[in-house]
Design a protein around this ligand. Sequence first.
Ligand code: NDP
Length: 444
Amino acid sequence: MSYVDEVLARVKEKNAAEPEFLQAVEEVLDSLRPVIDANEEKYRKEALLERITEPERQFKFRVPWVDDNGNVQVNTGYRVQFNSAIGPYKGGLRLHPSVNLGIIKFLGFEQIFKNSLTGLPIGGGKGGSDFDPKGKSDREVMAFCQSFMTELCKYIGADTDVPAGDIGTGAREIGYMFGQYKRIRGLYEGVLTGKGLTYGGSLARTEATGYGLLYITEELMKDHGESMEGKTCVVSGAGNVAIYAIQKAHQMGAKCVTCSDSTGWIYDPEGIDVELLKEIKEVKRARLTEYAAARPSAQYHEGRGVWQIPCDIALPCATQNELHLDDAKQLVANGCKAVCEGANMPTTIEATEYLQENGVWFIGGKAANAGGVATSALEMSQNSERLSWTFEEVDSKLKDIMVNIYHNIDDAAKRYGHEGNYVVGANIAGFEKVAEAMLAQGVC
Ligand code: NDP
């Protein structure tokens, strides 16, 4: 049995109840076969794959808080510090009822390679809770965030572990958490990223994941002799990543005709009105039915369905496993040229394979949504030097990073004989640096 298969079998046995984590490990290790096979003896002796698939540390804790009716509620909090070979743990906090340890582990594992791809010194981590901020008052969200941070603050710090936003954790939640950290630890430091601009946040961080996604998509198109001008895009999600992906795509001359949330989706053949979407999602925190009510050109549909709309480019920006094999078949039948993932692991393994086999250029989330964490690392740099860079400065660094990522993953894929397979390229390029750092640091 090859070393990869041996480790995969072991990981499956040890983590049988964590399907998302297994899916992520399988996808990564499978695509690393060319590198692992070339170094099998050395990696096996060092137990490199056993180590890289085992979190360095993980915390699970009780988060009690009081709701507006005076009742005590209890949620579960998590922080997984997966790998610190190339820098302090870095990765977001997800607040969503679906959160469990397996989901946090899958996200933390992916984060190791994504962070490495940015070229910046950040390790991999992830955290969150099964708390649902939806429908809660600001006071309830604050009560939860303060209780969550009361425990989390024991394990994080500007030079050890720097969490950020993710699904359900936006500027409001980061603000409440930062306030509580400062209060308990007595430290004014860059312990969280995605902060507000008045207290150490970076310009362009809000836009970074969506903008970065479009910078890498543009580079991909350019490399294939195409441009974004006049392209039709379908987008899923209506949160932070989706909104700024749509905004940047429109600035590049493309037209995004869909968006979605967890209850339904919008088809707007005239192009999504970003300002209206921002008002509904960022200010009112309302449902997409309000978008359709305010915009005569838009149709609202219940459930899921954005992938059936004909497009040149598909940008999944909502959540994991939201683009299935049937959707991939529909995209191919409609002549879709490229799929670039704004969300983490939105495309199932079967759907990814189908897209690749049918000539769709596919860039996975690890590379395509790395602009968010890259800009978080730029926020850490600004916090360390106690300076703030201009929007243009940050945006231009972000663009350079995304263009570099594209060429690095393209080169890595070519080096190992997988030209055009950007998933293999991203995993290899991300893995090489982490593996070298781990080996250099001895058994730890
Ligand atoms: P938000 O919470 O801002 O938005 C998430 C969007 O996806 C919302 O429209 C939400 O709908 C929808 N959604 C969430 N869960 C589901 C579900 N189970 N089924 C259908 N729709 C769902 O999160 P972000 O935009 O920040 O994150 C989106 C994705 O991008 C995630 O995979 C995240 O891990 C990834 N990502 C985010 C980064 C960032 O900087 N924010 C960086 C890198 C990756 P509803 O409002 O109804 O819940």
